[in-house]
Ligand binder design. Structure first.
Ligand code: SF4
Length: 448
């Protein structure tokens, strides 16, 4: 069990220097106990105290890093069962599988297709992280060659899947610098696989037939000094996998069971007969705690919704995604270009700016700070009322950039136009469309 704030406080320097970002050691101790601070934030903790505090500051589910380079990512590190309690931290890794008997050209083609599946959304690049390479014939040379190709010619991280130790060793030698996840240690090979992962400093997945088997394996491998483990409960049946996922998440959080305090790996590709059904299964598993989901393929129409679901679930529910208040130039606007105003909710900004860009009508977009609320919510909360928006337009400096006094407000905020007219008596307030997709037509009509 973790230490209490007072127990942690006794181990801190008690100088109240404030370098950790809070004014006192006691406040830092309380934050540490509730998982709101990292021990590294205090530069003055002694090594002895660090050891004692390690347990208190470690998340109940260990964060495990996989891969190297731009698609490196972490799984685990979660502290709550439900995201509204705090937030989920490390998004589910998305993997697709290739087999070691694939010929080089087919593998090239597949990797190229998968690499192209990247999407811009709310200023983020959404893309999958992993390729799972499965040994299907014990051919170590072919396995190593494919692992090398994936590691050296793509940005993807790797899951190396083999139960043949020689094949696995060949794979590790080919791509160890890419920090692959090894899959999997079982009751039959735990010692050998554990030694290989230990020597190479790589994360290791464990596969058992049930949760009890996982606990036994996990204890055996942590006893060998392994820390970065990933759990597969072995079930490929929907109801059982769901129960296992929930059980594995609950055990460390609610019962202090450290044996199950690791992220999980799941295999929709072994639970359904086609990619559409796999996608449905994957969507359930992303929502219910999977650290990694492995699909049989990446295809845009199934991957994109999964990426969006993942983005939504792993966005901090207590902190709306925002953009900075200010005047944004879309295209190369001049003094005659239209002026539009909206809120600073990221999604609103990126949708509206994307539609303006698509219209090819260079425009000024005024983004007002509404604490990340969308137009209707901000309006309902009084943060996007006519007088407030009017004040913002006056102060933001747009009047110095344009030679006209016409401003377009969102269609959903039409009700604020009267108050805006009072606040901006010399401006012409135009009501824009409700649906952002109609912005291009609206701007073109306005330009006429
Ligand atoms: Fe105390 Fe360390 Fe924070 Fe300074 S940095 S206030 S010593 S906890």
């Amino acid at each position: 069990m973790g230490l209490t704030g007072i127990q942690i406080f006794k181990l801190l320097p008690k100088t109240n220097c404030g370098e950790c970002g809070v004014p006192t050691c006691l406040a830092f101790a309380m934050n540490l106990a509730s998982g709101k601070a990292e021990l590294d934030s205090c530069p003055y903790v002694s090594d002895e105290a660090k050891d004692q505090l390690a347990e208190a500051s470690a998340p109940p589910i260990r964060p495990v890093a996989i891969g190297a380079g731009v698609r490196a990512f972490k799984i685990g590190g979660e502290t709550v069962l439900f995201r509204h309690e705090k937030t989920f931290y490390n998004p589910t890794g998305l993997a697709a599988m290739v087999t070691s008997d694939m010929d080089s050209k087919a593998l090239d083609k597949k990797l190229k297709e998968w690499n192209a599946l990247q999407y811009e959304r709310v200023g983020l690049n959404l893309r999958p992280e992993l390729v799972a390479l499965k040994d299907v014939n014990g051919d170590g040379a072919a396995f190593a060659s494919a692992a090398k190709k994936i590691a050296e010619e793509t940005e993807f991280g790797l899951i190396l899947m083999s139960d043949n130790m020689d094949t696995m060793k060949a794979g590790v030698e080919a791509c160890a610098s890419k920090k692959p996840l090894l899959y999997a240690a079982t009751a039959d090979n735990a010692e050998d696989m554990g030694n290989l992962a230990n020597d190479a400093g790589l994360p290791l997945a464990l596969k058992a037939d049930n949760i009890d088997g996982l606990i036994t394996l996990s204890d055996q491998l942590t006893g060998m000094g392994l820390k970065d483990l990933v759990l597969d409960s072995g079930s490929r049946e929907m109801k059982q996998v769901f129960e296992d996922q929930v059980g594995i998440r609950r055990a460390p959080l609610k019962e202090g069971n450290r044996s199950l305090g690791f992220p999980t790996i799941t295999f929709p590709c072994e639970m359904a007969g086609n990619l559409d059904m796999e996608t449905v299964v994957a969507s359930m598993l992303i929502a219910k705690y999977a650290g990694i989901v492995v699909l049989s393929d990446f295809r845009g129409d199934s991957l994109f919704p999964l990426l969006l679901e993942r983005l939504n679930i792993y966005t901090d529910p207590q902190r709306p995604m925002t953009v900075t208040q200010g005047i944004y130039e879309i295209g190369a606007p001049d003094k005659n270009s239209p002026v539009l105003v909206t809120t600073n909710f990221s999604l609103t900004y990126f949708i509206v700016s994307g539609e303006i860009e698509g219209s090819r009508v260079p425009s000024w977009l005024l983004i007002m700070d509404t604490e990340g609320l969308s137009v209707m919510t901000a309006w309902a909360a009084g943060k996007f009322s006519g007088d407030v928006v009017g004040m913002f337009v006056k102060k933001c400096g747009i009047a110095d950039k344009v030679a006209h006094k016409t401003i377009v407000i969102p269609g959903y905020a039409a009700a604020i136009s009267g108050d805006m007219e009072e606040e901006l008596p010399d401006w012409d307030i135009k009501i824009g469309p409700r649906d952002a997709s109609l912005i291009p037509k609206f701007l073109k009509d306005l330009a006429k």
